[in-house]
Design a protein around this ligand. Sequence first.
Ligand SMILES: Nc1ncnc2c1ncn2[C@@H]1O[C@H](COP(=O)(O)OP(=O)(O)OP(=O)(O)O)[C@@H](O)[C@H]1O
Ligand SMILES: [Mg+2]
Length: 166
Amino acid sequence: MNVQLNMKIVLAGVEATHKLGVYLGKSLDAPTIILLEGDLGVGKTSLVQGIGKGLGITESIVSPTFTLINEYTEGRIPLYHLDLYRLSSSEVVQLNLETYWEGIDTTPGIVAIEWSERMPYKPHDYINLCFTHAHKGVRQVEIAVCNCALPQALLDFTQNYAHESK
Ligand SMILES: Nc1ncnc2c1ncn2[C@@H]1O[C@H](COP(=O)(O)OP(=O)(O)OP(=O)(O)O)[C@@H](O)[C@H]1O
Ligand SMILES: [Mg+2]
C-alpha cells in the first residue's frame, strides 16, 4: 500500500461537508473510489450529496442503508453510492464490488462507499475519508490518498472555502 497523503480538514457545519463534496464531484475522474469511514451520523451521506451536486445530479441522493447500492447516471460521470452498514465482511465479499472499479459490466464513475470499515479487502487505489465528531457539532475529516494522485479539489477546497463561506 502506498499512502501518498494524509491531511485533516475541519468541517464547521453541514454546508462545509456538502461543499467539500461539490469540489470533489466537479473534478474527480472516473474511476475514483472514495471510502467513507466514521460513526453513525458523522456526515458520510452529506458528503456524497455534495458529490452528486458537483456532478450535476438533480435527483435527491438518499442513504442506501437498506438498498445497499444507489446508482445515479444523470451527472457528468456515474455515481455509485454504497452503504455497507448492515453487512458482515463475508456478505461484502459476495457483493463483488470489484465490478464497480474494474468497469467490466458498469460504466466507470465515482464509487462512494459508506461504512467501508466492513470491507475485508481494499481496492488498489482509493481516497479514504475518515470522519470524526469534533467539538460542538463540528466534524473533522482525515483524508488519505492511496496509490493515486492527490485530487486538486482537496487543495482548492482548503484554499478557497474559508473565503467563500465568509
Ligand atoms: N460538518 C458537519 N457539522 C455538523 N453537522 C453535520 C456536518 N456534516 C453533516 N452534519 C449533519 O449530521 C447529520 C448526519 O449526517 P449524515 O446522514 O450525512 O451522516 P452519515 O455519516 O451518513 O450517517 P450514517 O452512518 O447513519 O449513514 C445530518 O443532520 C447532517 O446535517
Ligand atoms: Mg449515511
